[in-house]
Write a protein that binds this ligand. Structure first.
Ligand SMILES: *[C@@H]1O[C@H](CO)[C@@H](O)[C@H](O)[C@H]1NC(C)=O
Length: 376
């Protein structure tokens, strides 16, 4: 498939080149010999040529995308973008996480995923020099656990992600996070189903060790799509998590792709949906948060900054408006917390909010309480 797309790309380049030459000659019928004199006076000529090239490219790209749906899939996952590049995922302590252990799990044959487990900050001194067995055992100690599902691009060691683990661990939570297959040092090819399966595997791994401790799922950005896929499956399996937290979520990938800054230049291109959105759907990528929430039964908290330039605020609000009246949440609370644009939290800085500890305490406090009642 990709080989074929490579060929197609090369052909397209050649065609573009040849046709743009023709187009140029048509508009500027200059014999080649004289082009030198033209060039001297012809700043305009060159400018026009560049503009024509850009125009040809602008028109060619939609066709390329349509013919190679894999391009869109790559743009959605962005797993090949590894920022910051020079970090050793085996050494979380280099990111200032002195109470984090790096594991590898194998969700299925040929797939290996790298996992970071950060224990609550109160345990940081005990954690020094401890091995995997100690870390796994702490999951049963009396602290709730957050399974964090990160968004596209980068790794589990991304700056804003590490900053959030620090906040959450200082609030007394375990944070378990991992790179989906194809991200960071995790091995495998990214697909929506594969990402969801990896998340399910890590959830089950936690559950097998966590005893009666609450387990919460936290998804950010594209990770909200994985989170609702996962939680829908967990609810259908009748093993729901204790709560679901969606940070900067969208409704579904089509609406998100349409609003993404990448597609601004094409938003009014005729046939935008057919050229750019249908290939996403035909690659089997849906991340249908708006569908999934109708099948989810657990407390739901949505966090969204009004000035989010990547996933627009109105998509988070729309998701809330779909979830809140849904029958599935009949016995659970659904809460939406907007962050004012003046705070400047944008797409990934909600962890900076001094309100976050209170918001989580108030929201999760109740879930924890319910959990204990169930136990007795
Ligand atoms: C280890 O991490 C904890 C919690 O984040 C922090 O309070 C402490 O100062 C760190 N210790 C060292 C030696 O870096």
């Amino acid at each position: 498939m990709f080989w074929w797309c490579g060929c197609l790309g090369a052909c397209a380049d050649t065609c573009l080149f040849v046709s743009s030459m023709k187009v140029c000659r048509f508009f500027f019928p200059v014999p080649l010999k004289r082009s030198w004199t033209w060039r001297r006076k012809g700043l305009w000529f060159r400018l026009r040529k560049i503009l024509l090239w850009l125009l040809a490219l602008y028109i060619a790209i939609p066709f390329l995308v349509k013919l190679c749906p894999g391009i869109q899939a790559k743009l959605i996952f962005l797993n090949f973008v590894r920022v910051p590049y020079f970090i050793d995922l085996k050494k979380p302590q280099e990111q200032g996480l002195n109470h984090t252990y790096n594991y590898y799990l194998q969700p299925e044959e040929g797939v290996t995923i790298g996992v970071w487990h950060t224990v609550p900050a109160v345990l940081w001194k005990n954690a020094q020099g401890k091995d995997q067995v100690w870390y796994e055992d702490t999951l049963a100690s009396n602290h709730p656990i957050i399974l964090y599902l990160h968004g596209n691009a980068g790794t589990r060691g991304g700056d804003h992600r590490v900053a959030l683990y620090k906040v959450l661990s200082s609030l007394g939570y375990h944070v378990v996070t991992f790179d989906y297959r194809g991200w960071g040092d995790s091995i495998g090819t990214p697909t929506e189903g594969g990402m969801t399966y990896d998340a399910l595997h890590v959830f089950d791994w936690i559950k097998a060790r966590s005893g009666y401790n609450p387990v919460y799922i936290w998804g950010h950005s594209l990770g909200t799509g994985v989170a609702t896929n996962l939680v829908r499956r967990l609810c259908e399996r009748e093993t729901p998590p204790d709560a679901l937290i969606l940070e900067s979520p969208f409704t579904n990938i089509r609406e998100e792709a349409k609003s993404h800054p990448f597609s601004v230049v094409y938003r009014y291109f005729p046939g935008f949906d057919w050229f750019f959105l249908d290939p996403i759907t035909s690659s089997g990528i849906k991340f249908a948060n708006d569908e999934n929430v109708k099948y989810i039964s657990c407390s739901l908290l949505i966090l969204h900054a009004e000035d989010d330039p990547i996933v627009p605020f109105h998509l988070g609000r729309k998701l809330y408006n779909i979830a809140a009246p849904s029958q599935s949440f009949r016995d659970f609370k659904v809460q939406f917390i907007p962050f004012h644009r003046d705070l400047g939290y944008r797409h990934k800085y909600i962890y900076k909010s001094p309100e976050l500890p209170r918001i989580l305490r108030e929201f999760l406090g109740k879930s924890e309480h319910e959990h204990h009642e169930l136990r007795h």
